[in-house]
Design a binder for this molecule. Structure first.
Ligand SMILES: *Cc1c(COP(=O)(O)O)cnc(C)c1O
Length: 394
């Protein structure tokens, strides 16, 4: 591979993270619930330490950290768990039209089970307005779920403002921070949120482990019934290796965070500038200011199809992603691109490039070099583009 440009999809596992995980696959094989012998007690202590390590990184208390098996699980639990536990208070939930499918899917499930969901629109940059959140709240509203940063177009939402609105109306507020961790400072108190989801593999941790932060006092149903793990809310023998991987990855992600953000911003802006200058009829999707995630680039190219761009990029050793049809396994282009108002044909020609703290300038330069001829080649096959060129000549 010449350039890995899909860090919003997943990231590589850092060597130090793997090293932090390995003891739990070898010496420390005890069950954290088996306290009558040494290897069980070591596991029990690790379990407590890992909750504290994660809590310290986001300003939470150890007993507010609940490990899950993924970001999707954390999102599903937050939404369904709060909905069912608070249904005596109301049946209304507010979210946005640009959430991850984990949130949207959970909301659609609830709609089939007696709940009502408002999907707030966003502006042309993908931004949610706190005033619209406030206007949507009724006396039946029990939960608001709005992502910290969008995974496709990188919009960072005004989370602390929305949190204030929710607090004033005594509505529980959940945020999906899966894309935000490692790309901005995340502190649950500064943000003012009641629940927050994260997933290790998006910040150089292992796949298959996430966290749901649940502020103490939030009423939520238990997710998995069984043993007493995770204060009885999510039974299952602890995945200590995964938890150790998440905790280590989170600590590393927050180490020299400002420096890493500056590095990713530099690469992001170089990509945006290079692509805008070299490729005509291109459009940057998402914000062009400080409310854009430091590592995300998303363009639409008129007269081409996203899938074809990915194929030709792959042949050049570039891994990227697109918001077009087949990538998402459905006929419609990305719901996020449609929500910011792009017509179908433009949304289909979209490309997401996402850098990471390990991305090099050489990788970025390489993409800026190979992408323009790819777009040009694809456009040469488009009858629409031919027409455009003919008109230009006239
Ligand atoms: C990746 C992602 C998820 C899902 O996380 P998994 O651990 O892959 O289940 C949820 N929300 C957002 C915003 C994501 O980018």
């Amino acid at each position: 591979m010449k350039a890995y440009m899909d860090n919003n999809a997943t990231t590589s596992l850092k060597k130090e993270v793997l090293e932090a995980m390995l003891p739990y696959y070898t010496e420390v094989y005890g069950n954290a619930s088996s306290k009558f012998y040494e290897v069980g007690r070591v596991a029990e202590k690790a379990n407590a330490d890992l909750h504290k390590a994660v809590a310290d990184q986001i300003g939470a208390k150890p007993n507010e950290i609940y490990f899950t098996a993924s970001g999707c699980e954390a999102d599903n639990w937050a939404i369904k768990g709060v909905a069912f536990a608070n249904k005596n208070k109301g049946n209304h939930i507010i979210t946005t039209s640009i959430e991850h499918h984990a949130v949207l899917g959970a909301c659609e499930f609830l709609e089939k089970n007696g709940f009502e969901v408002t999907y707030l629109p966003v502006d042309e940059f993908g931004r949610v307005s706190p005033e619209e959140v406030e206007n949507a709240i009724t006396d039946k509203t029990i939960l608001v779920s709005i992502m910290t940063a969008n995974n496709e177009i990188g919009t960072v939402e005004p989370i602390s403002e929305i949190a204030k609105v929710c607090k004033a109306h005594k509505v529980i507020f959940h945020t999906d921070s899966v894309q935000a961790i490692g790309h901005m400072k995340i502190d649950v108190n500064e943000m003012g949120v009641d629940m927050l989801s994260m997933s290790a593999h998006k910040f150089h941790g292992p796949k298959g482990v996430g966290v749901l932060y649940i502020k103490s006092g939030v009423k939520i149903d238990n997710l998995i019934h069984g043993g007493g793990q995770e204060r009885g809310k999510r039974a299952a023998t602890e995945n200590l290796a995964g938890m150790a991987g998440l905790a280590k990855a989170l600590e590393l992600a927050n180490t020299d965070l400002d420096k890493k953000i500056a590095h990713m911003k530099y690469l992001r802006d170089k990509l945006i500038k290079g692509i805008s200058e070299k490729i005509p009829y291109s459009r940057l999707n998402g914000p062009a200011d400080d409310t854009r995630l430091c590592n995300n680039v998303n363009f639409s190219f008129k007269y081409v199809e996203g899938e074809s761009i990915l194929m030709l990029l792959d042949m050049k050793g570039v891994a990227a992603s697109s918001g077009s049809a087949c990538a998402s396994g459905s006929l419609d282009p990305s719901h996020v691109l449609l929500a910011i108002g792009l017509p179908h044909e433009i949304a289909h020609g979209s490309l997401r490039l996402s850098v990471g703290d390990e991305t090099t300038e050489e990788e970025v330069d390489y993409v800026i070099e190979v992408l323009p001829p790819i777009i040009e080649r694809l456009r040469m096959m488009s009858p629409l583009y031919e027409e455009v060129l003919r008109k230009e000549v006239k």
